[in-house]
Design a protein around this ligand. Sequence first.
Ligand SMILES: Cc1ncc(COP(=O)(O)OP(=O)(O)O)c(N)n1
Ligand SMILES: Cc1nc(C(=O)O)sc1CCOP(=O)(O)O
Ligand SMILES: [Mg+2]
Length: 201
Amino acid sequence: MKLDPFYLIVDSAAWIERLVPLGVKLVQLRIKTMDEAGLRAEIRKAKALCAQHRCQLIVNDHWRLAIEEGCDFVHLGQEDLQTADRSRIRVAGVRLGLSTHDHIELETAMAAEPDYIALGPIYPTILKKMKWAPQGVERINEWKRRVAPVPLVAIGGLNPDRLDGAFAAGADSAAVVTDITLNADPQARTREWIKKTDRWR
Ligand SMILES: Cc1ncc(COP(=O)(O)OP(=O)(O)O)c(N)n1
Ligand SMILES: Cc1nc(C(=O)O)sc1CCOP(=O)(O)O
Ligand SMILES: [Mg+2]
């Protein structure tokens, strides 16, 4: 499976409406606190927007809702994986991306036969507090050797200046949140990411 090299992560359908029409082809809806009705409405809206713009939608955490709403890709962390019903996810034909941060997590993740593996945080991130030190780009190379042919997503502190290093080390896709959502001009920054990732597309 080929992933687009630019993997945008946002926390609302409104962001998707704003940025996906610019040419984003892979987006994760990552909403951490919302009631079920609100989440369902956000997922539904995100799905419709992504279908309209031929963008692959990945739902973070909420695998039950993703199945119920007919989405075809979920992202789970290691804690999510412990409580998720993987066979239900598979039977529903939903693809699965998994987070990893160390060797034990990588073993656990590979045993679940995911459709991609994410490694992070490559650089320090301001989005959330993490118990892992930044991995550095060298770790991408090690992960690539272990996971290929499963696609590898790099995440954490990425920006356009750091992309060459991440892709040269073996990342297939680069995931980003704050470099875009906290930018003074998120649309212009999104265009910059699309252009900068073009040679790996
Ligand atoms: C592409 C990608 N990689 C890693 C994560 C982190 O997932 P997780 O560890 O479950 O943490 P939360 O994002 O749920 O806080 C991700 N969402 N996407
Ligand atoms: C949500 C998330 N997961 C990570 C991991 O390492 O698993 S790093 C991260 C935050 C990514 O945001 P930014 O691009 O703003 O650093
Ligand atoms: Mg999670």
